[in-house]
Design a protein around this ligand. Structure first.
Ligand SMILES: NC(=O)c1ccc[n+]([C@@H]2O[C@H](COP(=O)([O-])OP(=O)(O)OC[C@H]3O[C@@H](n4cnc5c(N)ncnc54)[C@H](O)[C@@H]3O)[C@@H](O)[C@H]2O)c1
Length: 460
């Protein structure tokens, strides 16, 4: 990408940043945030590259997440499909632990980058890396992705890929100008239940899906307040100053694949509302933590309307004590699903449509008939890789590497990654402005109008 062009987008983004969220969010007064000097063209849809027989990987960030992701490479390394050539982290213990693990599955010892917050910049400059994997705290993601692409690398980044609107546009601009793959690793899209639902929707079992609900409801109080779980307690700091849906993609990614977002439909606008904050403060007080005041409400609820009139309910709560759920509720004209635990309803006119979920035997018939072939094919390996969220992390890493091996487009493209992450700043804008309607810009350069199947449905 030409530096001149990059400066242009940075300058326009600075203008955007100069507008207070209050003004930006007020559709009656100011829609400037929708204007962007850079005209995205959608050219990264269906992006393909030469096949890479053995994908050389560099990993930045070896904390909780990076240490799990690295274990997902066992099968790929043993089958000579990938190799980890470089690692980077700030923490020596994390590096040593992962080096020790890699020794058990790979002959070559990777080069290590450490010592400073900028050491990763040397890793992305190497000329023997095909793919950079980013598993660091949120604030670092955009810069690491952009720099990887500018250094001619494909990049796969942990969720979310961007935290503000400026970064959303920057990533798209760099991806389109460098034509490198840039994928947000939204692992829930690769989970068995979600892929089974996607297969059923694709085969018409649900009719038209007009409403779906996703969430990230996960009691993280213990981890966020623990001074050794997250690096420098980075996560709880976001909750001190921000209020909205700070982690939308686990619930939203799968819903977008059910609804063909970016592949025939697109987000149009949203409204967002946060409850009081209380639960995290109570937990913090109970252990006399230094973190005392929080902006983020206990529960954020965001409603998104699509261009074709569909609705999505998205929730975010990591403060309140209760069992984990991503909801995974899907309502179609012919069937409905509710998650946690999974239940299926099939419209049956003979029973005057009925009110009951399918019984165990009927449910199992659908489960077996529509299981995503990828989960059938990889069943053995998945059973050995349960540590990665019951297998979905393995399926995701397997797919990324196999797509690169075969020169195929990745399952999640840069537009998906940005659209799903953009709910963070837009929900914050709405919450700040008494839940005002926020228009969502078209990140796809008009390409959303082309109907096509989700890449997740391919069997490779
Ligand atoms: N998809 C999932 O299921 C899932 C699960 C957990 C975490 N995550 C995501 O993974 C990311 C990391 O989360 P985590 O729980 O592993 O956090 P963490 O704090 O455990 O790990 C982050 C690591 O990044 C390293 N790091 C920080 N700045 C760095 C820099 N400049 N250069 C090199 N290394 C640096 C830290 O030393 C640390 O080891 C986050 O984006 C989080 O949202 C995703």
């Amino acid at each position: 990408m030409k530096r001149k062009d990059f400066l242009k987008i940075s300058a326009s983004a600075a203008i955007f940043l100069g507008i207070s969220p209050k003004a930006m969010a007020n559709p009656d007064n100011n829609l400037d945030y929708l204007n962007n000097d850079y005209k995205n063209d959608g050219s990264c849809f269906g992006l393909k590259h030469e096949s890479i027989s053995k994908v050389k990987v560099g990993i930045i960030g070896l904390g909780n997440r990076g240490s799990v992701l690295i274990q997902m490479f066992d099968y790929l390394i043993k089958h000579n499909l990938s190799e980890i050539v470089a690692l980077c982290d700030l923490n020596d213990d994390s590096i040593n632990k992962n080096l020790k693990y890699l020794k058990t599955i790979q002959e070559h010892t990777p080069e290590v980058y450490r010592g400073s917050v900028d050491s990763w910049k040397e890793l992305v400059k190497r000329d023997d890396i095909d793919l950079v994997i980013v598993a660091t705290p949120w604030d670092t993601h955009t810069e690491m992705c952009i720099s990887s692409m500018q250094n001619d690398k494909h990049v796969a980044c942990e969720v979310p890929i961007a935290n503000n609107l400026e970064d959303c546009w920057k990533i798209i601009e760099v991806a389109e100008s460098t034509k490198k793959h840039c994928m947000m690793m939204e692992n829930c899209c690769f989970n068995n239940e979600e892929l089974w639902l996607l297969s059923m929707i694709d085969k018409g079992v649900f009719g038209n899906v007009n409403h779906a609900e996703g969430a990230y409801i996960h009691d993280l109080r213990k981890h966020m307040l623990d001074d050794s779980y997250y690096h420098n307690q980075w996560r709880i700091k976001h909750h001190q100053t921000r209020n909205g849906n700070l982690y939308p993609t686990h619930g939203l990614g799968p819903v977008c694949s059910y609804m063909d977002i970016g592949r025939g439909d697109n987000f149009n606008h949203l409204v967002s509302m946060s409850s009081n904050e209380e639960s995290l403060s109570i937990a913090s007080k109970s252990i006399d933590s230094d973190f005392k005041k929080f902006s983020c409400g206990d529960m954020n609820t965001t409603l998104i309307k699509t261009n074709l009139g569909k609705t999505i309910k998205l929730q975010f709560d990591v403060h309140t004590g209760r069992p984990y759920t991503r909801l995974n509720n899907v309502n179609g004209t012919k069937a409905s699903h509710q998650g946690y635990p999974s239940k299926l309803f099939i419209n049956n006119p003979e029973l005057q449509w009925g009110h009951s979920w399918l019984n165990k035997e009927e449910y199992k018939k659908y489960r077996d008939l529509y299981n995503h072939p990828l989960w059938d094919k990889m069943e053995n390996e998945i059973s050995k890789n349960q540590v990665g969220h019951g297998g979905m992390d393995f399926v995701m890493i397997y797919r990324i590497i196999r797509c690169l091996n075969k020169g195929l487009p990745l399952d999640i493209n840069v537009y998906d990654s940005v659209m799903w992450s953009s709910i963070i700043p837009f929900s914050e804008m709405s919450v700040l402005n008494q839940s005002k309607t926020i228009k969502i810009p078209d990140f796809t350069g008009g390409s959303w109008k082309n109907s096509r199947k989700s890449e997740l449905l391919r069997v490779i």
